[in-house]
Design a binder for this molecule. Structure first.
Ligand SMILES: NC(=O)C1=CN([C@@H]2O[C@H](COP(=O)(O)OP(=O)(O)OC[C@H]3O[C@@H](n4cnc5c(N)ncnc54)[C@H](O)[C@@H]3O)[C@@H](O)[C@H]2O)C=CC1
Ligand SMILES: O=C(O)C(=O)CO
Length: 325
């Protein structure tokens, strides 16, 4: 008998066909109130779940007594209670690697856009203010040769370091759980404490996961250590940052600008002060959002899910403790 899979993210026709060849599929197109009600109804019969951007807490998953596997279409797994899943032996998989380069591209897009004031100046000429936009008060700051600071030297951090070092001649400093000699050799990077990085980097980039340890890591104390020329970039998770402290730092001129792809609460409210500031470039959590990468992520998730439902260990298993072998 085919297993029952609940999708809460649409797939390309090709991937849908691949999944439907192996499983009965229920597709929930939108996670609005109606979609959530559909999900609740489908959970009791579900053996597998595939999707992203939904907090799957115990209250919801208790509705799914037959659940064997969840394939998250993301590398970040902060939406899941891993201890709960492991206890229930539900295999959780994610989609690392396939999105690394695209997300690092997004990081660099934010670095360039903030430093060179791309959005602000583009908006001025749209408003017919070309003459106003070309004066020294609208000059930006250089990116090449400036110090790139990376907090969380994992896959995406490394891809950012590569761009900074080879593409822009930037000295790279980083803070992570531990030094990474291979990275230091490849990119001439220097490991340092968080405090040193905050004080010395011109661009302070967050590429950390959201965990109990990183939640609120960058708050008032951290912003106080940055310099008025510092530019802050967040492509990890909004909750790693105390957003009220970030807003204060921008308002008080403690830092020059911020490029933000992620926010404490998503979607970001249209009346957020961040959207009123010329020195903020805000994007809608689109770090991995290219056609190519989203398809690769979905393919990876489908293969992980099919493997798990076939009794095989998924390549990108997040909670090995749930694997019976
Ligand atoms: N904006 C977007 O659309 C995207 C955001 N992300 C976010 O980026 C995160 C990182 O992704 P990857 O680079 O693939 O993960 P990764 O696991 O390869 O890298 C994370 C690095 O952070 C380090 N780290 C973790 N906690 C730390 C701490 N407390 N102090 C110092 N270092 C710490 C780890 O040791 C690791 O080296 C994801 O977890 C996700 O939240 C990922 C993809 C797209
Ligand atoms: O993969 C992730 O963790 C994202 O944030 C979206 O690509």
């Amino acid at each position: 008998m085919k297993k029952h899979v609940v999708l809460y993210k649409a797939l390309s026709a090709q991937l849908m066909a691949r999944l439907q060849a192996q499983a009965d599929v229920t597709l929930i197109e939108r996670l609005d109130a109606q979609g959530l009600a559909q999900l609740r109804n489908a959970l009791p019969g579900a053996h597998g779940l595939l999707g992203a951007s939904l907090k799957l807490d115990a209250a919801l998953l208790d509705l799914a007594p037959n659940l064997q596997a969840i394939a998250s279409v993301s590398v970040g797994v902060d939406n899941y209670d891993i201890d709960y899943l492991t206890e229930r032996r539900i295999l959780l998989s994610n989609t690392p690697d396939v999105l690394t380069e695209t997300t690092a591209d997004t990081g660099f897009a934010l670095i360039l856009a903030t430093a060179r004031r791309v959005v602000e100046l583009a908006n001025l000429i749209r408003a017919g203010q070309w003459q106003k936009s070309i004066g020294p008060e609208h000059f930006g700051s250089d990116v090449h040769g400036k110090t790139l600071g990376i907090i969380g030297m994992g896959r995406i951090g490394e891809a950012l370091a590569q761009r900074g070092h080879f593409g822009f001649g930037m000295p790279v400093i980083y803070h992570s759980h531990s030094p990474k000699p291979a990275i230091e050799q490849r990119f001439n990077a220097r490991y340092c404490s968080l405090e040193t990085l905050l004080r010395q980097a011109d661009f302070i980039c967050l590429t950390l996961p959201l965990t109990a340890e990183t939640q609120g890591l960058i708050g008032e104390h951290a912003f106080a250590q940055m310099r008025p020329e510092s530019i802050f970039i967040n492509i990890s998770r909004g909750k790693v940052v105390d957003e009220a402290a970030l807003i204060d730092a921008l308002r008080n001129g403690q830092i020059r600008a911020a490029g933000l792809d992620v926010f404490e609460r998503e979607p970001l409210s249209a009346d957020s002060p961040l959207l009123q500031m010329d020195n903020v470039v805000a994007t809608p959590h689109m770090g991995s959002a290219t056609h190519e990468t989203r398809e690769a992520m979905a393919r990876c998730a489908v293969e992980n899910l099919l493997a798990a439902l076939a009794g095989e260990r998924p390549v990108n298993l997040v909670n090995p403790g749930a694997w019976k072998g």
